[in-house]
Write a protein that binds this ligand. Structure first.
Ligand code: UD1
Length: 430
């Protein structure tokens, strides 16, 4: 089992190139099978989740050609399988996007119930509500969600909760339905907008993505396209928090600074300097961080996927900070691991009360999920001594070359798979 071994205490300094957005890529790859013509996708991150999605797509009979590490060519004119239940798709949450894509195009779809990070209950009732409103019948049997319809007809759908997944899935099904669909209380995340732009580039007629109300006029078919995925807001944010926590100076490059505003605002409250340019953000932290309060919210609020990273940084800030998680109810599981590194954090329900400590100390910890795993890496980068992060398979679901990029910023980190390698690392970095 691969692990990261880290020697902490080095401020991270330099520039880091941010890759394509995982959560946009997953939806875009799924929707690529809605066209019979060839679709070229660029700036695709090379991560376990996107690779699982590509495998699932090719299991339907679609032609998938990885033209480069970050580019893929998909032609789905020969699809013959509308039920997807292979092992790789079980692992990813975004498997549900294949439901919207297949239902929209072929009016029938079966997908094994979604997996993904265990960060709380993750119901899909709003997806089902949307599909049903468009005329589909949806059944769950033997662990598979089956959706089918003679035809899909546009509808007026009000989402009871702001859901990224349901907004995107309903957009897919409605984009090829007869007539008009209106989605109210839609999610506004950057990847929702990117996804709508992608569908429009294939000939869909979607307006209002990025606002609460999305209007869709169904079209009969999609054509081919060439599309470049937006930069990953969460990867960028993770490096920004790593700069803050290690008292470093990092410029995240190839980003859309507007997407990072909620993170930049919190870093300024914590005493960091932020410099924005057209496609880069520099974070400079020269002294001890100050406490602040954070509440996760749908975009443009502070992202839940950046909650563990800021909690780790605030664990080192002066004073008491409060972090409230309002999206997923089980997202503080990593706090036990962080406590073993010396953090002083009390979790009460969906709130963490953080009393800043002067330093963390290295320990063997295990990544409980993707973003919490990245947060533990940040903690280890600041910590006195050596840390080992186990279960990095979670981290690799959504970060490409995290260890390589951190090394380029001066971190002492290596991916190892034996105790002997850990010893070698310790000798090298003694
Ligand atoms: C997506 C992201 C995930 C991110 C989350 C919130 C992907 C692959 N994953 O997840 O990284 O943390 O958005 O920004 O893009 N809910 C319901 N019923 C539903 C759907 C959702 O009650 O049918 C609830 C969820 O339990 C949660 C909230 O709505 O409390 C938001 O979930 P949602 O936006 O749907 O998250 P995902 O799309 O699963």
């Amino acid at each position: 089992m691969e692990k990261y071994v880290i020697k902490g205490g080095v401020p991270l300094v330099g520039e880091v190139e941010i890759g394509g957005a995982k959560n946009a890529a997953l939806a875009i790859l799924a929707a690529a099978i809605m066209s019979d013509e060839t679709v070229y996708i660029d700036n695709m991150p090379d991560e376990a989740d996107t690779n699982a999605m590509l495998q699932a797509i090719s299991s339907t009979g679609a032609f998938v050609d990885r033209t480069g590490r970050h580019s893929v060519k998909i032609n789905a004119s020969q699809i013959h399988d509308y039920t997807i239940e292979n092992d790789y798709i079980k692992k990813i949450r975004a498997s549900y996007y294949l439901l919207g894509a297949l239902l929209g195009k072929y009016k029938k779809a079966g997908v094994v119930l979604p997996g993904g990070c265990n960060i709380g209950l993750r119901p899909i009732d709003q997806h089902i509500k949307g599909f049903t409103a468009l005329g589909a019948s949806v059944n769950i049997e033997h662990g598979i969600i089956d959706a089918r319809a003679d035809k899909l007809v546009g509808s007026h759908i009000y989402l009871d909760v702001v859901s990224v997944g349901a907004t995107i899935n309903i957009m897919m099904a409605a984009a090829m339905a007869e007539g008009k669909t209106i989605i109210e209380n839609a999610a506004k995340e950057p990847h929702v907008v990117d996804f709508a732009n992608f569908l429009n580039s294939m000939g869909a007629n979607i307006k209002g993505a990025g606002t609460d109300v999305i209007r869709i006029k169904g079209v009969e078919k999609f054509h081919g396209t060439e599309y470049t995925i937006i930069p990953d807001q969460i990867e960028a944010g993770t490096f920004m928090l790593a700069a803050a926590a290690t008292k470093g100076d990092i410029t995240v490059k190839n980003v859309i600074p507007k997407h990072l505003e909620s993170i930049s605002a919190k870093l300024i409250e914590m005493g960091c300097q932020i410099q924005e340019s057209d496609d880069a953000v520099r974070v400079v932290a020269t002294r001890r961080l100050q406490n602040t309060h954070v509440k996760t919210l749908p975009y443009p609020g502070y992202p839940t996927d950046m909650q563990p990273q800021i909690t780790v940084a605030l664990g080192l800030a002066s004073g008491i900070s409060i972090v409230t998680e309002s999206i997923f109810e089980n997202r503080f599981k990593y706090v036990d691991e962080l406590t073993r590194m010396g953090a002083s954090i009390k979790v009460e329900g969906s709130t963490a009360i953080i009393e800043g400590v002067d330093k963390y100390t290295g320990a063997v910890v295990s990544a409980p999920d993707l973003r919490a795993g990245a947060a533990l890496v940040i903690a280890a980068l600041t910590a006195e001594g050596y840390s080992t992060i186990e279960d990095i398979k979670y981290i690799e679901r959504g970060y490409e070359d995290l260890d390589v990029k951190l090394r380029e910023l001066g971190a002492h980190i290596e991916k190892v798979d034996s105790d002997r390698d850990i010893q070698k690392f310790k000798l090298k970095n003694a």
